[in-house]
Design a protein around this ligand. Structure first.
Ligand SMILES: CC(=O)N[C@H]1[C@@H](OP(=O)(O)OP(=O)(O)OC[C@H]2O[C@@H](n3ccc(=O)[nH]c3=O)[C@H](O)[C@@H]2O)O[C@H](CO)[C@@H](O)[C@@H]1O
Ligand SMILES: C=C(OP(=O)(O)O)C(=O)O
Length: 421
């Protein structure tokens, strides 16, 4: 197992490019199952999750080549409609093969998904949406077994107490593209990754209206064709890099950072006292020596503050000169990073879905353990700002969603090394 060793306290300086979005790419890869034609996906991040998703597609019978951030897929004749536990348990998005398999082949057997351990993550909305389209669904021995010869368009309300679901919207939208008649999804997720998936499907010939709004209308078509498509930059990686520059008091140009996808984050960073300039396709973080201000934050579905940036924001709040309250509304248990940040001198108290952060002047390096993807990123940020040496172990979580993060940080002057444990 690898770990990251960081000597903190160096202001980052220079220019860095954001990779393609993981959460766009993974459902888009699943969507290629909807056609018999070749698809080419550009700007694909080279991540552990990408490799995992490609393994699932290969298991199903899809041939592919992945080189220089371009994936070429040939999903001609599928060998099976089953995605086994061993492959699906590594990440959440793998469950998105269910909708396309059902739509194109009329049957699927897909293991219940894994993903980051950030609390309870049911799939009831995915199943409800697909059942509404006419699929017969059973959950048996950890597998979803679905049968749906010809899906039929209908009106679906896809929501729960928490709001909308990103991947359930994707799964049901993909299934609806080949259903007979028109499907309406109300309370659809509005995240940029859902929009990206919709645009990919539209390019394949799907008839979708309303992407980016909670009201999606999908008119089923007979078949979809192959396409060439470039995925959007990763807004979560962009936010992480911007914060890395900010917490180290650095000056960094973050290229391929789409401000329009992260307005809630940028607004909170500004409120906290971070100085930056937004351009069309980049964010320039400016050097500043002011102390950061305590800033309350509530995670919400898009366009609200993303849960995937909550842990990193907590690192920033750990070095303010006051008290901030972070409220986690999407995953009320997504606080595994609290104990590890406290090991580095942060003062965070968790109370149910709230974390009360008492800012301190200085974090100190310590051995810490990554528990999930964004918690790992938060610990890396803490390591960059802390006095002394931090060792972040179990970084296989980080590798799921950040492409060679340590190399990008090294180019910016950070003292960070990947070493074998
Ligand atoms: C691969 C991917 O894109 N992952 C992202 C996606 O995950 P994912 O799509 O799994 O997250 P959802 O949007 O579905 O989850 C939002 C909320 O809905 C609940 N829920 C979801 C589905 C369901 O059937 N029933 C149900 O109750 C969840 O427990 C959670 O409370 O969106 C999350 C929320 O922005 C992000 O943190 C993840 O990084
Ligand atoms: C939680 C995440 O991923 P997943 O949904 O795959 O667990 C994430 O990207 O932060």
């Amino acid at each position: 197992m690898d770990k990251l060793v960081i000597e903190g306290g160096i202001p980052l300086k220079g220019s860095v490019e954001v990779s393609g979005s993981k959460n766009s790419l993974l459902p888009i890869l699943a969507a290629t199952l909807l056609t018999k034609d070749k698809c080419v996906i550009k700007n694909a991040p080279d991540l552990r999750d990408t490799v995992s998703m490609l393994k699932i597609l290969k298991h199903l019978g899809v041939a592919y080549e992945f080189k220089d951030h371009v994936i070429r897929l040939r999903p001609n004749g599928l060998e099976r409609c089953e995605a086994p536990y061993k492959l699906v348990s590594t990440m959440r998005a793998s469950f998105c093969v269910l909708g396309p398999l059902l739509a194109r082949y009329g049957k699927a057997r897909v293991s219940l998904p894994g993903g980051c351990v950030i609390g309870v993550r049911p799939v009831d909305l995915h199943l409800k949406g697909l059942a509404k389209l006419g699929a017969k669904i059973q959950v048996k021995e950890g597998y979803v077994i679905a049968d749906g010869r010809r899906l039929k368009g209908t009106h679906i309300y896809l929501g729960g107490a928490f709001g909308s679901s990103v991947l359930a919207t994707g799964n049901v939208m993909m299934a609806a593209t080949l259903a007979a008649g028109t499907t309406v999804i109300e309370n659809a997720a509005c995240e940029p990754e859902v929009v990206d998936l919709a645009r990919f499907l539209i390019k394949m010939g799907a008839k979708i209206k309303g992407e980016g709004s909670p009201y999606l209308e999908i008119a089923g078509v007979k078949e979809l064709h192959g396409v060439e498509y470039e995925v959007i930059p990763d807004r979560i990686e962009a936010a992480t890099l911007i914060m890395a520059a900010g917490v180290t008091r650095g000056e960094v140009l973050v290229r391929k950072a789409r401000a329009e996808h992260m307005m809630a984050v940028l607004e909170k960073l500004e409120e906290a006292g971070m100085d930056f300039k937004i351009a069309r396709d980049s964010v320039l973080v400016k050097k500043s020596s002011r102390r950061f201000k305590p800033t309350d934050v509530v995670t919400l579905p898009y366009p609200g503050f993303p849960t995937d940036v909550q842990a990193q924001f907590m690192t920033l709040m750990s070095i303010t000169d006051g008290i901030s309250v972070i409220t986690e509304k999407i995953y009320p248990d997504r606080f595994m990073h609290v104990a590890e940040l406290n090991r580095m001198g942060a003062q965070v108290k968790r109370e149910g879905p709230y974390a009360v952060v008492h800012g301190t002047r200085q974090l100190s390096g310590a051995p810490v353990m990554a528990s999930d993807l964004r918690a790992s990123a938060a610990l890396v940020l803490a390591g960059l700002v802390a006095r002394g040496r931090t060792e972040v172990s179990r970084i296989y979580h980080l590798d799921r969603g950040y492409e060679r993060l340590e190399e990008k940080l090294k180019v910016l002057g950070a003292k960070i090394e990947r070493v074998k444990e």
